[in-house]
Design a protein around this ligand. Structure first.
Ligand code: SF4
Length: 331
């Protein structure tokens, strides 16, 4: 068993997990709709039950939004998730095809034991499939789709939260030569009351205190096993994705250890700002509400910029499409 950061460990890591670990996977949330209502569902109110699409944090209205996100993070792979992706099969196939045109590794999650004709369609563009038996019940229904997906060349496995140990599930995974990704059971604002009512108990970083013990039970018997903690998802995967996105920006941005960006920010009449920057031959990026440029330039020229009626500051912001500003220091 190989131990990695933040309490995660594995004996087998699928290609999708390897890329996710590197922060190189774009997450396509293809719909918030789902026929189930799992008590442990962590999906936010903003997305739950709604027919919305997000590529990471970016709301998707057309394929161009997805392409912009692929480029922003220089993605090497994509995961298709939801809600239940397979109730939007046509959308899944459309986006999976798009991902393949960028040569990305693609994996999908589903709670549906897909029929052979659906597995065949998915296998055209998708490399890896992860099944989620609802509440760890009816696990035998997933045997056939796992075996068929593997026969068609996909990697296949089970991905579940650490609700409890299921011997039946462990046996199925081994017999199918499939993998098991076990996620620490995470408390979120939308599942908190339900988890508490069922006796789960939040520990550090909002993971359930019993998840580690459940993971050890599976690890003893499941051959292709991987345990992923809430802390790993947050501190390792997310941070690496941010750093990846941050370094994909022009050189004038400074990248922090957390993956945020530091730069100069000019607000006011954008055309006036652009004229000054162009005259100086300084690199800049026009964003919503202003212009971003180097810290050196705004520090050196703050008085001139202010005399031209512009507002000048140094900002620290996330490199994501939403550009959330963490800190702003007016000059
Ligand atoms: S299948 Fe997934 S998306 Fe649907 S209710 Fe269960 S946890 Fe939520």
């Amino acid at each position: 068993m190989k131990r990695i950061e933040a309490g995660s460990y594995y004996r087998y890591l699928s290609e999708g997990c390897k890329l996710c670990r590197r922060g190189a996977k774009l997450v396509l949330f293809v719909t918030g709709e789902c026929p189930h209502s799992c008590f442990y569902c962590p999906i936010s109110e903003e997305r739950r039950g709604k027919d919305v699409i997000f590529a990471n944090e970016r709301e998707v209205r057309s394929a161009d939004d997805v392409i912009a996100e692929i480029e922003l993070m220089d993605a090497m792979g994509a995961s298709i998730t939801g809600g239940e992706p397979l109730i939007k099969l046509e959308k899944v196939l459309e986006f999976a095809k798009l991902f393949k045109s960028f040569d990305l590794h693609v994996h999908i999650y589903t709670s549906i034991p897909a029929k052979p004709h659906v597995v065949e369609k998915l296998a055209e563009y998708i490399d890896e499939i992860r099944f989620h038996p609802i509440n760890l019940e009816g696990v035998e229904r997933f045997r056939e789709p796992i075996v068929y997906a593997k026969k068609l060349g996909m990697d296949a496995g089970i991905e579940i939260p650490a609700l409890r140990f299921s011997e039946e599930l462990a046996r199925l995974v081994n017999e199918c030569d499939a993998f098991m990704n076990l996620n620490e059971l995470e408390f979120s604002s939308t599942n908190f009351d339900e988890l508490i009512a069922r006796g789960y108990e939040p520990g550090e970083f909002y993971g359930d205190v019993k998840s580690g013990e459940i993971a050890r039970m599976y690890a003893e018997v499941v051959e292709k096993f991987h345990y992923c903690t809430a802390l790993f998802k947050d501190k390792a995967q997310l941070r690496r994705r941010l750093i990846r996105m941050a370094f994909n920006h022009p050189d004038f941005y400074r990248v922090t250890n957390d993956g945020t960006l530091l730069c100069g920010f000019i607000e006011g009449d954008i055309e006036v700002a652009k004229k000054i920057l162009d005259a100086e031959g300084v690199e800049y990026v026009v964003v919503e509400g202003g212009v971003e440029t180097s810290i050196e330039f705004v520090e050196e020229r703050s008085e001139d910029l202010k005399a031209a009626g512009l507002k000048v500051s140094i900002i620290e912001r996330y490199p994501t499409s939403k550009r959330i500003v963490v800190e702003s220091i007016p000059l």
